[in-house]
Design a protein around this ligand. Structure first.
Ligand code: MOS
Length: 752
């Protein structure tokens, strides 16, 4: 176990009482700011070679020729891996055993099915030699016309969208609802393709030792990655050791092992030496997933009181030609607004792109931008303030299922955010506010929502005779603060101070912590940790309460409290003894306990589980040039128990800033003739820089939701993006009187 997989050497804060709820700074922050945190590509095993991908410059066709000889003749180049000499795999990379196994491009043939697809790997003594070798391959292609854009191919209704959800769903009859409405709106919105640009590109350092694999690579799901690699190479999962202590961002792109990561493993096998492979920024625009473009049409009907009579949400999206992932954008209309009739539907085209996949709030982010824009349009059609309209229409029970959920907390989010923002002084009509410099000023709002999901996780806890503890789970910290939040839960679970617990994570050799995705990591692995701690304490209490020599003798397990490294009698806290005393007297050096985290099926059946929030935005628009700036964001979020308010706020900030990015910045532009992405770099693919980020405030709304899990934890990673983009768009309307219908909103959209 390498040092950085265990962080108790950097004690956080001395403190008293519960760790949960404390605003601890990131326990790995010291390692990160001093450069001591080792990311995957920072590893250099002895004898390591550098692998560089050669990627296709066409979108569709086949590789007719590669000048392998020229590359191999280059000084320092050791080998060139192509479909001709790529080591055999135990499974076809195009096989799909279940819907969440995604097809990979592993040089299985000479076909090109999207731009930036891997077509060869050059392995060399230096990064420079490998890069130059890749350039010398000079591929020749047989090019076929690329299918580009949402009208670029024949559309069809996918069998499933998102994580296996039906593509078409309804309750009630929207046509009847629309007919009976007093007021109706219909509007179409377009959202662009967005590509993953985590600061740390996908990278892998891999060494084979016989049939054992040693891997450093960023992963949001270590056990899943292990399983996928095991299947492809026909080796036992336990022979694959993956270390992933730190990720420089993931956002969904590192949820499943990507093709290039597996190519690194193949390259190491081919040359019989350790290999490092790091994606260049441009190579991120294809093989690691992206957010699919959408075109969404919403129809709404309202009665005389501004209540929805019908809500119809249709989304058209795109997938690749060879795999299935369909952005479930319309499903955003399932969870927020009450209407007697709701219909959602999807259709899709197949394009010559890499397969779109999960990107922060997949479905909710794209869907909510259209839904929140349309809700705003509906409010105006009824002559109502957009907040008043939402307060009238937000659902008391989950709209599609009728299950109870925590919408009281949503009401509180609206109230707190509106008050902090100062919404009450907003004129209803657009173009009425100007600042001292003459900029058109607009205020808009959006509702945020994200399901409270749990997966499966395990953890192992140990109490040692010296009274210290160990907690192990293969959790993944992609910057969100898992090292810290989980250590807090571990400390409370073991009844110890945080610096008495050696919390270990980030390795596939540890118990399976599930996936850091779906905003479910803290709830899932957190519950496993909590339960592992409880299992150890229960064993310890058994020892003490059954021992005549203990002041706890006869108290019974339920009659005992664990805190500060001691067990106490619940009815008399003066009677207790330390963990060390109990273990020593029992002659034990340590005791161990295991815990699981998983959703409770009965509670799943009875309750709908969502986090909620409300975001308010201010924009300023240059009246002559149409330039838009977001100047202020206030969000209020209710997401169950807050493990660490500093980290949670930080997650909301990140989500909200991505919302600004969605509204105003991000867009992958595809050349219609070649199918290539024209701005596959961080200079031309716009993301907000510091100067684009306004004042951002995130309010944490208290919420006890006893139905999600024993700790009451929901997720916070994705919800921030869901309300914000719509709020910004609605603020643009309020500033200018122009309704944004395509995203990102462009200057030319505002010029008349
Ligand atoms: Mo996320 S898109 O669940 O990593």
């Amino acid at each position: 176990m390498t040092l950085e997989l265990s962080l108790n050497q950097q004690p956080a804060h001395a403190r008293q009482g519960s760790s949960i709820g404390q605003p601890l700074t990131r326990r790995d922050g010291f390692l990160k700011v001093t450069g001591a945190a080792r990311y995957a590509a920072d590893n250099h095993p002895p004898g390591m070679l550098y692998a560089v991908l050669a990627v296709s410059s066409i979108a569709r066709g086949r590789v007719a020729a590669l000048d392998v000889e020229a590359a191999k003749a280059h000084k320092g180049v050791v080998e060139v891996m192509t479909p001709k000499n790529r080591p055999a795999l135990a499974a076809d990379p195009d096989a799909k055993d279940h819907p969440f196994m995604f097809r990979l491009d592993l040089l299985q043939n000479d076909q090109v099915r999207y731009p930036n697809q891997s077509i060869a790997v050059v392995i060399a003594e230096t990064l420079e030699a490998a890069t130059e070798g890749a350039a010398l391959l000079s591929p020749r292609y047989e090019v076929m016309p690329a299918r580009v854009g949402l009208d670029g191919a024949e559309s069809f209704v996918p069998r499933a969208v998102g994580v296996g959800g039906p593509a078409v769903q309804h309750k009630g009859d929207v046509e009847v609802g629309l007919k009976s409405a007093k007021t109706r709106i219909e509007a179409t919105y377009e959202t662009p393709a967005q590509y993953h640009n985590a600061m740390e590109p996908h990278a892998i350092v891999v060494a084979w030792e016989g049939d054992t694999l040693s891997i450093d690579t960023p992963s949001q799901g270590l056990a899943m990655a292990q399983g996928r690699i095991a299947g492809l190479f026909g080796i036992a999962p336990e022979n694959i050791h993956i270390r992933s202590p730190f990720l420089g961002g993931g956002f969904g792109s590192k949820g499943m092992i990507s093709g290039p990561q597996v190519l690194g493993i193949l390259a190491a096998r081919l040359v019989g030496r350790p290999v490092k492979l790091v994606l260049q920024r441009e190579q991120m625009y294809g093989p690691v997933g992206h957010r699919a473009p959408t075109r969404q049409t919403l129809r709404m009907g309202m009665d005389g009181e501004g209540r929805l009579t019908a809500l119809d949400h249709h989304a058209k999206t795109a997938s690749s030609t060879f795999d299935d992932f369909f952005e479930p954008a319309a499903d955003a209309s399932h969870t927020l607004y009450a209407s007697p009739a709701i219909a959602t539907s999807h259709d899709a085209v197949r394009l010559d792109t890499g397969t779109p996949l999960f990107m922060r709030a997949p479905g909710e982010a794209t869907g909510s931008i259209a839904l929140e824009s349309a809700i705003d349009e509906a409010a105006y059609a009824c002559g109502m303030d957009p907040l008043e309209f939402r307060l009238r229409n937000y659902a008391e029970v989950e709209p599609m299922t009728g299950k109870p959920f925590s919408s009281k907390a949503l009401r509180e989010c609206y109230r707190q955010a509106a008050e902090t923002f100062g919404w009450a002084s907003r004129p209803l009509q657009p173009r009425l506010m100007r600042d001292a410099d003459g900029f058109l000023t607009g205020w808009g709002m959006g509702t945020a929502t994200f399901p409270a999901i749990m997966f499966q996780a395990e953890a192992r806890a140990v109490l040692r005779a010296d009274g210290s503890g160990v907690m192990e789970t293969g959790a993944q910290d992609m910057g969100q603060g898992a090292w810290t939040a989980f250590a807090q839960i571990a400390a409370d679970g073991l009844g110890l101070d945080i610096d008495q617990v050696d919390f270990r994570a980030g390795s596939s050799d540890l118990p399976n912590a599930g996936i850091a995705g779906g905003s479910g990591h803290t709830a899932t692995a957190g519950m496993a940790i909590h339960n592992a701690g409880a299992a150890v304490i229960a064993r310890l209490a058994d020892l003490a309460t059954g021992d005549e020599g203990s002041p706890l003798y006869g108290a019974g397990n339920e009659g005992v409290l664990a805190r500060g490294g001691r067990l106490y009698r619940r009815d008399d806290e003066s009677r207790g003894e330390s963990y060390a005393e109990i273990l020593t007297r029992a002659g034990l050096t340590e005791i161990e306990g295991h815990g699981k985290g998983a959703p409770d099926p009965a509670s799943q059946e009875a309750y709908a589980k969502h986090a909620h929030g409300a975001v308010f935005a201010e924009v300023k628009v240059d009246p002559d040039f149409g330039q838009i700036r977001v100047t202020r964001l206030v969000g209020a979020f209710a997401a169950g128990r807050v493990i660490n308010p500093r980290l949670v706020r930080s997650q909301y900030y990140g989500g909200m800033i991505w919302g600004v990015s969605f509204a105003l910045h991000e867009e992958a532009i595809t050349d219609r003739r070649s199918g290539r992405i024209q701005n596959a770099n961080l200079a031309e693919y716009h993301v907000p820089v510091n100067a684009d980020v306004p004042s951002v405030e995130a309010l944490l709304v208290h919420e006890d939701d006893p139905h999600v899990n024993a700790l009451g934890i929901k997720g916070v990673g994705e919800i921030g993006i869901t309300g914000t983009a719509g709020a910004v768009a609605n603020a643009v309307w309020h500033a200018t009187g122009v309704r944004p219908r395509r995203f990102p909103v462009r200057i030319e959209d505002l010029l008349g």
